[in-house]
Ligand binder design. Structure first.
Ligand code: FBP
Length: 553
């Protein structure tokens, strides 16, 4: 395989030495596992206990200093796989696993499955050595071994995976992924235990969306870097709008079902309108009411002579509007059971659905602009998620805002020009060079995952806490995957899944936002955060997210 080309920054960045927490600085033979008491899932306890008889209810674990000499005697072979969407720092997770394994025993080895979970199914992998890994340390992207979204679900697939893990003599598999991939990790761990196969499965919390978090997983990796990249871009747009004073910019931001990214970018740039899907859902707002709230601010600003502004739109907004959520859920069920011929056009699908859906939902589908309605019908991903990154909600909002303002003009309530521009920031942030925080955090997550694997644990996610403190004070451990699970409706069926953590309307970050949003709407409070700083004063280079800061205040 050809070596990647390196920019000047990358060459300098390669020299960065990620910091480890004090607990992990000791030799792995001086790190012990401290077990807590048994755990329970979030809900559906009895059902989940029946589905995961061998791995349900494991205790929380913490890493502490203490003799653990057995580690040195074992010779382990571990596999690693990147699963799902890219997030800055994935390569450092691999580096952390590799360095820990080698520190424990130079004969330990690591292989990386290529192209995501399909690599395990097809037994495609590369042996990871310092030579092959070196150029990827502290880099963004997943290109070292690549990623994919294949879901391992059928009995035949589980059998294939089992045979490949046995053939490769793997003692452990580390799955670096989001909520869906870690749900898959739990199933795989259970399957291996049920079949008496001595191959442990450990997860690592990855996703820029920031929705794989709880008391023990304070943030998923990549959120810090991605939000800084989006904030730089959104901040530049704020300044452009403030300079030319003629456009309204509608910026849609990635984040799938959760608005964490939008809230964080809001804090970093203080634009005029920040739509939070979770709030819209709680208030049971219709699409028309969301548009009314936008138009209201446009009119108020116009009265002050300001015909410009910035609106942040979470990409999952559409799924939060109760009427559309109901429509999407009905579409999911209808699409899952419909067996469309391959050559069925989108218009034929629509006509079929108009007949199949209850009349209120059928009428709603007809009322949505055709292009957006077509985007709602796109195939779901292998985990049953709607492809929200491809639904141009910002265009829908602009179209409807135009109509609303035209109506207000007729009523002599508005008399200005509304010129709007759209942006979508998502893929721009997923492969950025990891910030110091993400570089340290991902390396530590990988190192910690290797310690969990070396100690024979399975069905755990690598957990690093106390993240607002410097890395030396971080707390290391593992959280049982089943502890984060519940049963949800996916692809027309009830399925055990890790519960996504959405923006908590009673949480400190959202409460903070509520205090300032009216001021941001009318006054000019814009912030221009500029690019990520990799070199210089640690006050700037090591700064983490406002979300973590407010959450842990
Ligand atoms: P993960 O949940 O796998 O981390 O992916 C997150 C994400 O970046 C979402 O924000 C976005 O909606 C989606 O991936 C896009 O998926 P794809 O890369 O398949 O287009």
């Amino acid at each position: 395989m050809s070596r990647i080309q390196c920019s000047e920054i990358q060459i300098e960045r390669r020299k960065f030495k990620p910091q480890l927490p004090d607990t992990l600085k000791s030799d792995p033979a001086n790190i012990k596992i401290k077990r807590g008491s048994a755990t329970n899932s979030i809900s559906n306890q009895e059902e989940l206990k029946a589905i995961f008889p061998n791995t349900y209810g494991l205790p929380l674990v913490e890493l502490v200093k203490g003799k653990n000499l057995e580690i040195k005697k074992k010779q382990l072979k571990v596999g690693v796989v990147l699963s799902g969407g890219q997030a800055p720092g994935g390569h450092n997770v691999i580096a952390g696993i590799f360095d820990c394994l080698k520190k424990a025993n130079a004969k330990n080895s690591l292989i990386g499955f290529s192209g995501g979970p399909s690599g395990i199914l097809e037994n495609k992998y590369k042996v990871i050595t310092e030579k092959t890994l070196h150029d990827y340390r502290n880099t963004g992207g997943f290109d070292f071994i690549q990623s994919g979204r294949t879901k391992i679900e059928t009995p035949e697939q589980f059998e294939k995976v089992k045979n490949n893990l046995i053939e490769n003599k793997l003692n452990a598999l580390v799955i670096i992924g989001g909520d869906d991939s870690n749900t898959n990790a739990a199933f795989l761990a259970e399957f291996m235990r049920a079949n008496n196969i001595d191959c442990n499965v450990i997860g690592v919390p990855k996703t820029i969306d920031g929705d794989l978090k709880n008391k023990y997983i304070e943030t998923s990796f990549g959120f810090d870097t991605a939000t800084k990249i989006y904030a730089e871009l959104a901040g530049n747009i704020c300044r452009d709008a403030y300079s030319s004073r003629k456009y309204w910019h509608f910026i849609r931001l990635m984040g799938r079902s959760a608005s964490h990214i939008t809230l964080e970018v809001g804090f970093k740039t203080q634009p005029n309108i920040v739509l939070i899907g979770e709030e819209i859902s709680a208030k049971k707002m219709t699409l028309a009411q969301v548009v009314d709230s936008i138009a209201d601010i446009i009119v108020r600003r116009s009265k002050e002579g300001k015909k410009y502004g910035i609106v942040l739109v979470p990409e999952g907004l559409i799924e939060f509007i109760p009427e559309i959520k109901e429509l999407i859920s009905a579409l999911n069920d209808a699409l899952a059971s419909a067996n469309f011929p391959n050559d069925f056009s989108i218009e034929q699908k629509k006509n079929f659905l108009y007949e199949k859906l209850p009349s209120n939902l059928s009428n709603l589908l007809k009322s949505i602009p055709s292009q957006i309605a077509s985007q709602l019908l796109l195939d779901r991903d292998p985990h049953g998620n709607v492809l929200v990154s491809q639904i141009e909600t910002e265009k829908l909002l602009i179209e409807m805002t135009h109509k609303k303002l035209a109506q207000l003009k007729k009523e002599n309530l508005y008399d200005d020009k509304f010129a709007a521009i759209t942006h979508f920031f998502g893929y721009e942030g997923r492969c950025g060079i990891p910030t110091n925080f993400d570089a340290n955090y991902t390396y530590t997550l990988g190192y910690n995952a290797a310690i969990l694997a070396l100690n024979g644990l399975t069905s755990y996610i690598s957990s690093i806490r106390n993240l607002v403190k410097p890395p030396k004070q971080w707390i290391c451990g593992g959280v049982p995957i089943t502890m984060m699970m519940n049963i949800e409706r996916r692809k027309g069926h009830n399925r055990p899944v890790i519960q996504k953590t959405l923006v908590d309307l009673n949480g400190k970050p959202f409460k903070q936002f509520q205090k300032v949003k009216d001021k941001w709407a009318i006054e000019e409070c814009y912030l221009f955060p500029g690019p990520i700083q990799y070199f210089g004063d640690s006050f700037i280079t090591d700064m983490t997210t406002k979300t973590l800061k407010y959450e842990q205040k």
